[in-house]
Design a binder for this molecule. Sequence first.
Ligand SMILES: NC(=O)c1ccc[n+]([C@@H]2O[C@H](COP(=O)([O-])OP(=O)(O)OC[C@H]3O[C@@H](n4cnc5c(N)ncnc54)[C@H](O)[C@@H]3O)[C@@H](O)[C@H]2O)c1
Length: 337
Amino acid sequence: MKKLNSAIIGCGNIASMHEAAILSCHNANLYAVCDIDSSKTLEMKQKHRCQVFAQYQELLKSDTIDVVHICTPHYLHAPMAIEAMKAGKHVLTEKPMAISVSDALEMVRVSKQTGRMLGVSFQNRFNHTSRRVKEILNTGKTGRVLGARAFVTWHRGAEYYSRDKWRGKWETEGGGLLINQAIHTLDLLQWFMGDIDTIKASIDTRFLKNVIEVEDTAEATIKFKSGATAFFYATNGYPLDSVVMLEIVCEKAVIRMEGDVTIKYSNGDIEHISDDEKANGEKAYWGCGHKALVHDFYKKLPEGQHFEVDGNEALKAIKIVNAMYVSHKIKDYVEVG
Ligand SMILES: NC(=O)c1ccc[n+]([C@@H]2O[C@H](COP(=O)([O-])OP(=O)(O)OC[C@H]3O[C@@H](n4cnc5c(N)ncnc54)[C@H](O)[C@@H]3O)[C@@H](O)[C@H]2O)c1
């Protein structure tokens, strides 16, 4: 099988997950890396003997590159993805796909216009536990979904924000806790429970008031078109990155995800689903799904098959986050279009 030539733009924290996933993918070849900071690309160049670019516009001129992985600060995702697709490259971008709904819509439009595949890194959808829960919900054996609750209690201190200047600012991060950390859980909630009707939310900067412009704490009531309601709480002010808790109450079962999953059926049966590949180490909260997501992207690409977390699908999370910010401003429920 012909290998696809990959390039990573932005060689900071998350790039190592893309690097490892590309290297372990049978039809991908790490051809180039790009970062405005040459200290970030030096090690990659030595390890992989790949091409190095300081300006992404130069990288996009290379006809050899098939797929571009965008691992840069949030505000750069949309312009880089749009330019890359117009230059004929397929794009896999880190979350969030964009910092505004209009930018995300433009990315979807350009993907359609150019015929280039646009994927977004919502890797938690590829965890074994998430996929099993989705399958079980789809079988109907748990009955109708009645409601849910989700808690994201993580730690992002002042040093996290001061280390990288793009964080903590509306202009470059596009928000705080919601668009950066909690977006994974919001994406899972709507993936499991279906389309959202309205949201009422409030946000606050409770812990880092003089450090960041954006929110570090948020809560929301999320009303789904199905009639179910989800109760959501998230903060970056917790002392540790605890495992996300997501509980779904159905007519015939309660599904509790906290790393592993326990399903208690109303007939007394209990089902345990274990996370197949446990994430370890300092960044365990990233999960293990990146490899599966990247491999699936490269599997679908040559076959012209639909990649599940495409632009349209990832747009939903941007609409949810945006609705939360608007709801906080107007202090009322907001429709999620
Ligand atoms: N999926 C996940 O679980 C997950 C986890 C962590 C980060 N992320 C996402 O990954 C992205 C990057 O986050 P990070 O923590 O790696 O950030 P980072 O600041 O560590 O890395 C960003 C890199 O982009 C480079 N860069 C900035 N402007 C550039 C430009 N014009 N051209 C080329 N390179 C440029 C920076 O020099 C830096 O090396 C963000 O969107 C973030 O939300 C996702």
